[in-house]
Design a protein around this ligand. Structure first.
Ligand code: NAD
Length: 370
């Protein structure tokens, strides 16, 4: 097998700081035998300043050629008054669309050492490890007709349309079943088939796919409103949740916040298999460019490092290294090291914690990786 190639797009704000930590870890992993090459390109505001556009045609072409893309974050106050077409965030939307990334994977993992940071009681959350698979390119955010019209009566009407086709449902469901098979084998499919025809179709197609290819797995169905309640009542009942674009947007934020901190949350977005069997993939932390802390070495690198772990698992066929990196992060937290965002608000509970900068946190993670 030839070496796989990773394109690093650090972007803006803390993206540059966290991506520097990713490169440190990649170097250590390469020295330990990871057969991967990487290079980088500017994106977002950084690209706008250099090239007059948040995403150049050359960077887009390189992203398409790469086996995976790892992104830092884009955006910041310097660029926020520009036209939408020039805003740094546009680069991200174009990348997702051009790479055909229809499945968004958002794990919600609560490391035991951080259970106290959750808004839920720690026994409900400690050890949580669930994965939300959200359809990303269809549904009500893209359906036609859409718009705001003025009726003959003079009243205005806003319209959005929820649509899903069989193929749109099946391709994301196939990914969710594949992931469930590698975990506990338990998939919950979420929609509102009690009130929406698109939900009825969603349930029928997922059920048919289960019957056809995945009968050995456990499939159950849940209405989206009940799922939201269950996520805050007893989140550990879930392993893999499959849902559409709109419900996934809401439910993944609920699940993410159960785990306590934005600085800990990775994500992946996957597309259709290429002829070589790999899926185009974009890995990125859930957080943004955090202009309030940029340049101060206060950023938590864990979300970016855990995004790298997802890339190792899904694009580089190295689940062993992914697990090693995840364990190194967990061990570092268990030893009490915390970037400032993870410090608790009470002085007593901070007594056993040791505050670390972005680079110091990575130093400890590398110690635990070695
Ligand atoms: P944000 O995620 O950048 O920051 C929200 C809060 O969380 C801030 O207080 C920040 O300091 C903190 N935070 C975020 N990541 C952290 C980390 N790794 N370590 C420690 N603290 C962290 O969201 P925002 O402030 O709403 O947006 C700032 C900019 O980022 C905007 O321009 C926005 O458009 C952009 N943004 C980009 C992405 C992306 O690139 N995927 C996502 C969200 C927001």
């Amino acid at each position: 097998m030839t070496a796989r190639h990773l394109l690093l797009l650090a972007g803006d704000g803390i993206g540059a700081e966290t991506m520097a930590q990713v490169e440190r870890v990649l170097t250590v992993l390469r020295n330990a035998g990871l057969d991967t090459t990487w290079d980088s390109a500017p994106l977002g505001g950084a690209s706008l300043d250099l090239h007059g556009t948040p995403l150049t045609a050359e960077t887009l072409a390189r992203a398409k050629q790469a086996d995976a893309v790892l992104l830092g974050a884009v955006g910041g106050p310097k660029w926020e008054n520009l036209d939408f077409a020039l805003r740094p965030e546009q680069a991200l939307l174009t990348l997702r669309k051009e790479l055909g990334l229809f499945a968004n994977l958002r794990p919600a993992i609560c490391f035991p050492a951080l259970a106290e940071s959750s808004s839920l009681r720690s026994e409900l959350i400690s050890g949580l490890d669930l994965l939300i698979v959200r359809e990303l390119t269809g549904g009500v955010y893209f359906g036609e007709p859409r718009g705001i019209e003025t009726l003959a009566s003079g009243e205005r009407r806003g319209v959005n349309t929820q649509t899903y086709t069989t193929s749109e449902i099946l391709r994301v469901a196939e990914i969710a079943f594949t992931l469930a098979a590698e975990r506990s084998g338990k998939l919950v499919s979420v929609e509102k088939s009690n009130v929406m025809e698109s939900g009825v179709l969603w349930r029928e197609e997922v059920t048919a796919l289960h019957q056809k290819n995945w009968q050995t797995l456990s499939l159950s169905h849940m209405y989206a409103d009940n799922c939201a309640m269950q996520l805050v009542r007893a989140p550990k009942q879930f392993d893999v949740i499959l849902t559409d674009n709109l419900f996934g947007d809401l439910l993944s934020d609920v699940a993410a916040m159960l785990t306590g901190s934005l600085g800990m949350l990775p994500s992946a977005s996957l597309g259709d298999r290429r002829p070589d069997g790999l899926r185009p993939a974009l890995y990125e932390p859930v957080h943004g460019s955090a202009p309030d802390i940029a340049g101060k070495s206060l950023a938590n690198p864990c979300a970016s490092l855990l995004s790298l772990a997802m890339a190792l698992r899904w694009s580089f066929a190295r689940p062993d290294l992914a697990e090693a990196l995840e364990s190194a992060v967990e061990e570092t937290l268990a030893q009490g090291f915390r970037t400032p965002d993870l410090m608790t608000t009470t002085r007593e509970s901070n007594n056993h914690l040791r505050q670390a900068s972005t680079t110091e946190m990575t130093d400890k993670i590398l110690d635990n990786l070695g």
